[in-house]
Design a protein around this ligand. Sequence first.
Ligand code: AHZ
Length: 298
Amino acid sequence: MSLTMEEPTRTFQVVGKHDVQEDYKGSYRFAPIEEAQVSRAMIKRYFNTMYERAISDVVIIGAGSAGLSCAYSLATQRPDLKITIIEANVAPGGGAWLGGQLMTAMVIRKPADNFLREIGVPYEDEGSFVVVKHAALFTSTLLSRVLALPNVVLMNATSVEDLIVQTDFENRQRVSGVVTNWTLVALNHDTQSCMDPCTITAPVIVTTTGHDGPSGAFAAKRLVSMGLIKELGNMRGLDMNRSEPAIVNGTREVTPGLVMAGMELAEHDGSNRMGPTFGGMIGSGIKAAHEAIRMLDA
Ligand code: AHZ
């Protein structure tokens, strides 16, 4: 708890041989630290995480509204699973920091408002839909809930560069992992000679990389270039009433080992976009969690 105006100094607390003091009248004293301790505190945890998560139970590609909803639903239902989220951007959240046209309010159609109550996001009820006063309130709350779950790891600033596809003895192909690199490395493949990636294997991969754009629809496009599907359906124009149920109900294992959710699915299936209404992303994320559990339990 921070100090009040009436109580501007917190008395001494001893760390090792040193006094520390929280004081806002000019005598604030930190516990001492060595530079190497800071580096080692980060390095040890980061590389232990990479080592431990090289084999995960579920990898979620993309931490937008669909990916984060999936992570929350899956991790709370199945605390036994090692769930690893790979997000290309430094800032997780995808397009869910704003509502639409750079405006802040976020619209969510019922019944996806159930999820808001579950994670504790306040809203105004407008009848058939609800409005969260700022999309960032939804995204930051969901992020904090997800990151607090002990079985979830988020590796941001990390890109999925490819899919691992294995072939069994009956010649059936199955997506069984992802190929990763730090995003700043991935962005420089054209400027540097070969910088090889790393891998994470998992029995279930959930892809939620959004619609086509600079980085979107990553797995959907890769399925085409690998010959696992013939062509993309390509996202159709905006139709809120058609698009949201199509995305939620269509969320599924699109190829063995790979569940597709969120707007990436619109590119795969050729379904409509919905614009700035996010209930479909929440529902699709939750459906993807159900799909992952079904596949793991099969
Ligand atoms: O950075 C991307 C974003 O955070 C991330 N991503 C994309 N390619 C990646 C890769 N490796 C790792 N190769 C990658 N991460 O995926 C995230 C996608 O988030 P998003 O918000 O774009 O997608 P979503 O499907 O979760 O939500 C879509 C929201 C939209 S778009 C839309 C419309 O255009 O009509 N309407 C809604 C509600």
